[in-house]
Ligand binder design. Structure first.
Ligand code: PGA
Length: 260
């Protein structure tokens, strides 16, 4: 059985005070829940990571993630933040290859493969994002594009390392647009991704690996998306900035597991 994951990607939002208020409210609301059966990850901007990793929280399944890391190990790379630095703050996860990084910062699959290597070397779990833009879907190239992102960015890892990776399918046309993929569209792509993992790493790895959906996932559509057999939770942008909505999404993920 794959435990569901709900990861919040705050992107470049919140002042320090706002971040503190938001995480306090998230944790208060999570604590009100009895036995949440899903893993919750919050990915704030770099300057707030330590505030979050320092927080005491009884719930074992609350983790902190970064939104990016350097492809380099260390040294004269002004402005960069290394995987090792993140690890030293007890950060467990890091988003890699978000479409905004690919688009605005020119990150290629090859650079992303290096970032993933740095994270694995430092015992962190990459949340590797893949997904097609609208024109690619309209041209029926979405499977091909996602396959290439996986083959060039991720599938160089060996069998041991891949076990630490979470994949997030985020159709770019659905991110921040309010236009969610239908549950069928999500399931179709997730099943395809799992079949590729199976081809490269075999049944056991494919059965275990978590594949999250991202792109206008919110408190209203989470249950129907997460109920799909190959959707193991979500990577949540906009709705992760509202504690009530974010925790509602976590609860919905958790209830699906209980039903199974
Ligand atoms: P969204 O963003 O939920 O605001 O669409 C998702 C993401 O970018 O990870």
């Amino acid at each position: 059985m794959r435990n569901k994951i709900v990861a919040g990607n705050w992107k470049m939002n919140c002042s320090f005070d706002e971040a503190e208020m938001l995480v306090d409210e998230i944790l208060d609301r999570l604590e009100e829940q009895e036995e949440l059966e899903c893993e919750v990850i919050v990915c704030p901007p770099f300057p707030y990571l330590e505030m979050l990793t320092d927080m005491e929280f009884e719930e074992q399944q609350f983790n902190v993630g970064a939104q990016n890391c350097s492809a380099y190990e260390k040294g004269a790379y002004t402005g960069e933040v290394s995987a090792k630095m993140l690890r030293s703050l007890d950060v467990d996860y890091c988003i890699v290859g978000h479409s905004e990084r690919r688009k605005y910062f020119g990150e290629t699959n090859e650079v992303l493969a290096e970032k993933i290597n740095r994270l694995i070397e430092n015992n962190m779990s990459p949340i590797y994002c893949v997904g097609e833009v609208l024109e690619e879907r309209e041209a029926n190239r979405h499977f091909e594009v996602v396959k290439e992102q996986l083959e060039k960015g991720l599938f160089h890892l060996d069998r041991d390392a891949i076990n630490d990776v979470v994949i997030a399918y985020e159709p770019v046309w659905a991110i921040g647009t309010g236009k969610t993929a239908t549950p069928d569209q999500a399931q179709e792509m997730h099943a395809f991704i799992r079949s590729l993992v199976k081809e490269h790493y075999g049944d056991a790895v494919a059965d275990e690996i978590r594949i999250l959906y991202g792109g206008s996932c919110n408190a209203k559509n989470a249950t129907e998306l997460f109920s799909q057999p190959d959707v193991d939770g979500g990577l949540i942008g906009g709705a992760s900035l509202k504690a009530e909505d974010f925790v509602s999404i976590c609860v919905q993920a958790s209830q699906i597991k209980e039903k199974e």
